[in-house]
Ligand binder design. Structure first.
Ligand code: NDP
Length: 247
């Protein structure tokens, strides 16, 4: 296992208290970073995550909706007062509300775009200002193969995830001269609550579609995020790294 040292660095991980985000927060903590892990409403899981890291003072938890501009602004006002710098922002918070387009309620379209895509804009817009002041930063957004391939019943999700890639490519060019890199990680099927709720026959079909014939683990995604967050990835920007078992 590659080891990284993020001592003295400050990170924000949205949706950072469970699933893929939980693994990213845990890996950054283990590598010495100060981590603010955010969540939307699952207080029980957030408290359990905090309890499992009770031995460190480098973890803060904050509850807000990444899709709500005003709530993100309020979060950053508090964050900026407490932290001189922000080195790493991981836009991981995401939801899905699957349904075929003809039957998709407008509310499901809006909710997915608001959380996944507007959430990435809200968090990045306010985070990038702090990174520009310090002329250093890493922004990593968790996209999905759905955005590239399109999976039936996921038009809202696919559009939001493709949007994250386009957003990333654009922002990467805007800040490239300032030692700030902006990338995406695209996990395939990863064993979290996110896919755990799918019907067993769909899970079976998904698994057989993966060349490695297994789902990935949250930690396998976290390791790639840490690489992009590290100095080792200084010349990688505007890219999407796939962690899909060959999907
Ligand atoms: P989970 O459902 O396990 O966790 C999602 C996290 O996002 C939770 O912490 C949740 O908070 C948070 N969240 C959801 N909505 C909001 C919101 N509006 N504001 C703030 N936080 C929010 O998902 P995964 O860990 O599986 O997925 C993480 C990311 O990876 C997502 O962006 C997803 O699209 C992407 N992804 C996942 C794949 C998979 O197979 N699992 C495959 C490809 C991509 P709370 O705990 O409070 O509910």
């Amino acid at each position: 296992m590659v080891t990284y040292d993020f001592s003295g660095q400050t990170a924000i991980v949205t949706g950072g208290t469970r699933g893929i985000g939980g693994a990213i927060s845990a890996a950054l903590l283990a590598a010495g970073a100060h981590v603010t892990a955010t969540f939307a409403g699952n207080t029980e899981r957030a408290q359990a995550f905090a309890a499992s890291h009770a031995d460190t003072e480098r973890l803060d938890l904050r509850q807000f909706d990444v899709g709500d501009y005003d709530q993100v602004e309020a979060f950053y006002t508090e964050f900026d007062a407490a932290h001189e710098s922000l080195e790493i922002l991981v836009n991981n918070a995401g939801i899905r509300r699957d349904g075929v387009v003809g039957l998709m309620p407008e509310a499901d379209w809006q909710a997915v775009l608001q959380t996944n895509l507007s959430g990435t804009y809200n968090m990045s817009k306010m985070g990038i200002m702090k990174m520009m002041q310090n002329r250093y930063g890493r922004i990593i957004s968790i996209t999905s193969p759905s955005g590239k391939m399109g999976f039936e019943g996921q038009a809202n999700y696919a559009a939001s995830k493709a949007g994250q890639v386009a957003f990333t490519k654009t922002l990467s060019k805007e800040v490239a001269k300032r030692r700030i890199t902006v990338n995406c990680v695209s996990p395939g099927f990863i064993d979290t609550d996110f896919i755990g709720e799918l019907p067993p026959e769909q899970l079976k079909a998904y698994k057989s579609s993966v060349p490695m014939k297994r789902f990935g683990t949250p930690d396998e995604v976290a390791q790639v995020v840490l690489f992009l967050a590290s100095e080792a990835a200084a010349y990688v920007t505007g890219s999407t790294l796939e962690v899909t078992g060959g999907l």
